[in-house]
Design a protein. Structure first.
Length: 63
């Protein structure tokens, strides 16, 4: 998540994952030690109901 600029630090990425804000493919991830392969890196997204996603969309004027 840090490499794709979704989080500023590893600790922030860990919090987002533990709180259930992240999808890898169709699966919501809540375990921070989940191994994401290089093929799956492109499929890391925010959960549709995430408040973080809404805040980012508001900031970028996409809502």
């Amino acid at each position: 998540m840090c490499m794709s600029k979704m989080a500023e630090s590893v600790s922030a990425a860990t919090k987002f994952i533990e709180q259930g804000h992240v999808h890898v493919g169709p699966n919501t991830i809540t375990d921070p030690v989940y191994l994401v392969t290089r093929r799956m890196e492109d499929f890391i997204t925010w959960v549709d109901t995430s408040k973080l996603k809404r805040a980012i969309m508001l900031y970028n004027d996409e809502v």
